[in-house]
Design a protein around this ligand. Structure first.
Ligand code: PEP
Ligand code: MN
Length: 336
């Protein structure tokens, strides 16, 4: 971190400030130019509060040289991380597809969809049991009973499962769940993120509706700093001024994140656009952008779905998409 010192700072004030920084365990490299004095802070500057440094009477500017997300940063961990769940792997040359209904509705629904997406090549089964809905009057998910049905589908098909955790109090129900999903609305629920440090299983962290990619990385850092380095990032569209799609898929976040972090990055085309006819195009684009996989909503009867039917593919549409994706994955040098 670099601090530019105000021109009128007295020698005593500057010495006191340097002493204060050194007390915090930092080495301070001082450079006196003809115009300006600059301090280079060497050491672990992650815990320094940029805002309070800026507010200090001796400081005119603060510049971070290193990213504040050390554990998530590729600079500190150059090799791409591979995160495994059952037989599925995220990162390391695979294009891994997660598929399933938005919400678990009943046993026949989730088992039937699980069988068909597995046959088409999906590696992980999704299904929401605790649903974050905009309206309190909408279907809120089956809760623990939904997780039981998802686990029954896992036993039948052998597919690892992912489902969303909304509150720490639900964690006990997630013992046999393979990947814990943290939804867009909870991306900055810092207490929840800290709790996941001890979860002992992969976390799929979805980008918040209005979160910058740096904030997404800081949220990943929360989980990692708390002791769980198995974090998969998910771009799922952000809120912008335009509403012709449900959200705006920020596809450039994929190559940017992959340059910044060693964590796997996947895309959710379903929540990004909100329209089933557009999902295959965005799925292909995600593969071409270098994503490590996608998460797609699939429903056997989208018109009657209790949640997000309009953005769900039928099993047949999903099967056709997977055939096309295998060609895209091949061009990217990845296995589907
Ligand atoms: C979901 O994947 O079921 C979901 C609710 O997504 P998001 O958190 O991205 O809105
Ligand atoms: Mn959904």
């Amino acid at each position: 971190m670099i601090l530019v010192i105000k021109k009128n700072t007295s020698a005593d004030d500057l010495a006191a400030f340097i002493g204060q920084l050194e007390k915090q365990g930092l080495a301070v490299h001082r450079s006196d130019g003809t115009e300006q004095t600059i301090l280079g802070l060497i050491g672990d500057t992650r815990s320094l509060n940029e805002e309070s440094l800026k507010a200090h009477c001796a400081v005119s500017r603060v510049m971070r040289v290193q990213a504040p997300y050390k554990l998530a940063s590729r600079a500190f961990h150059p090799a791409s991380s591979v995160i495994r769940a059952g037989n599925a792997a995220f990162g390391g040359g695979a294009f891994t597809v997660i598929a399933g209904p938005c919400s678990v509705e009943n046993s026949a629904q989730v088992c039937g969809i699980a069988r068909s997406v597995k046959q088409s090549g999906a590696r992980v089964l999704r299904g929401g049991a605790f649903k974050p809905r905009t309206s309190p009057y909408s279907f809120q998910g089956m809760g623990g009973a939904g997780i039981d049905l998802l686990l029954a589908a896992k036993r039948e098909t052998g597919l690892p499962v992912i489902t969303e955790l909304m509150s720490i109090s639900q964690l006990g129900l997630f013992r046999d769940v393979d990947i814990i999903q943290i939804g867009a609305r909870n991306m900055q629920n810092f207490d929840l993120l800290k709790e996941l440090g001890g979860a002992g299983k992969p976390i799929l962290l979805k980008r918040g509706l209005a979160a910058t990619v740096k904030e997404l990385l800081m949220s990943a850092e929360y989980v990692m700093a708390a002791g769980n380095e198995q974090v998969i990032l998910c771009e799922r569209g952000i809120r912008t001024f335009d509403s012709y799609t449900r959200n705006t898929l920020d596809l450039s976040a994929v190559p940017f994140l992959q340059r910044e972090t060693h964590l796997p990055v996947i895309v959710d085309p379903s929540h990004a656009c909100g329209m089933n006819w557009m999902v295959p195009t965005l799925a292909k684009a995600a593969c071409a952008a270098g994503a490590d996989g996608i998460m797609v909503e699939v429903h056997d009867n989208p018109e009657c779905a209790l949640c997000d039917g309009e953005q769900s593919l039928t099993p047949a549409e999903f099967g056709a998409l997977m055939k096309t994706l295998s060609r895209y994955a091949e061009i990217e040098g990845k296995t589907l």
